[in-house]
Design a protein around this ligand. Structure first.
Ligand code: HEC
Length: 227
């Protein structure tokens, strides 16, 4: 009995050491490669286009569920990490979705961050119920660059999680037209997304596709209209 409890104490100490170390070593996930469709179906939700940017800006920021911190062992930077929290085909049984629709203090992302919008929650739910596959599609048309149809959704999807009044990365708000316009006028918006020297590279981690950069540039050059 005595020996057993000693072994138990040693195991508990080892466990504490292991758990605390885990948070200092970046977790490199061997990710799977997405299947790419040449066009986007309006009936489908795509992991790379819709879900990953939403998770990166609302959940996988530094200090939360990124590769280095992976709070509670959850790493949402890559598909395989996301799938640990997902039961494919069943959003109602997926901790990823369930944590987002809670209304108590365990809601994700936690306050003061904003809750995900109804539109984002629908996307996550539909993506899981459609099988939670690692898919992507290409639909960007660089000749189209109105604020309402292109710029606003692009920023909502890929930037706002880190740039809203509840979570002001770098003190920058991109949650309204006025704020986005101000950022564009200061030169910072295009400087950061084009990864120009002297600006922070945005979004963190991966550069926007060339077509989306071109849309942002065209919208700015055309006078940053609220069109
Ligand atoms: C994961 C969180 C995150 C995402 C996603 C993100 N940002 Fe940022 N952003 C930050 C943080 C944090 C800072 C301030 C620290 C720094 O400069 O790295 C910042 C800084 C900026 C700046 C100031 C740059 C400068 O050099 O002064 C701009 C402009 C900006 N972001 C725009 C964007 C745009 C546009 C997007 C989407 C295409 C985006 N960000 C996506 C977190 C994020």
């Amino acid at each position: 009995m005595k020996n057993n409890s000693k072994v138990f104490v040693v195991l508990m100490i080892l466990n504490t050491i292991l758990v605390s170390c885990k948070h200092e070593i970046p977790e490199l996930l061997n990710d799977t490669i997405p299947t790419v469709s040449a066009s986007c179906s309006t009936d489908s939700v795509y992991f790379v286009n819709d879900i990953q940017p939403l998770l990166i800006s609302n959940c996988a920021m530094s200090g939360c569920h990124d590769a280095i911190t992976h709070k509670e062992g959850i790493n949402l930077t890559a598909y395989v990490g996301v799938m640990r929290e997902v039961r494919a085909g069943n959003a109602g049984e997926s901790s990823l979705y369930k944590s987002m629709i809670r209304t108590d203090e365990d809601r994700m992302p936690p306050r003061p961050a904003q809750a995900l919008s109804a539109d984002m929650l629908t996307k996550v739910r539909n993506w899981i119920n459609q099988g939670a596959v690692n898919n992507s599609c290409t639909s960007c048309d660089q000749t189209k660059f109105t604020y309402s149809a292109v710029i606003k959704p692009l920023i909502a999807n890929k930037c706002q999680g880190c740039h809203n009044p509840g979570s002001l990365g770098g003190g920058i708000d991109l949650s309204t037209y006025t704020a986005v316009k101000a950022s564009a006028q200061s030169g910072k918006l295009y400087g950061s997304v084009s990864w120009a020297a002297g600006f922070s590279k945005m979004p963190q981690g991966s550069k926007l596709p060339a077509c989306e950069l071109s849309q942002i540039k065209s919208w700015i050059d055309a006078g940053m209209l609220n069109n």
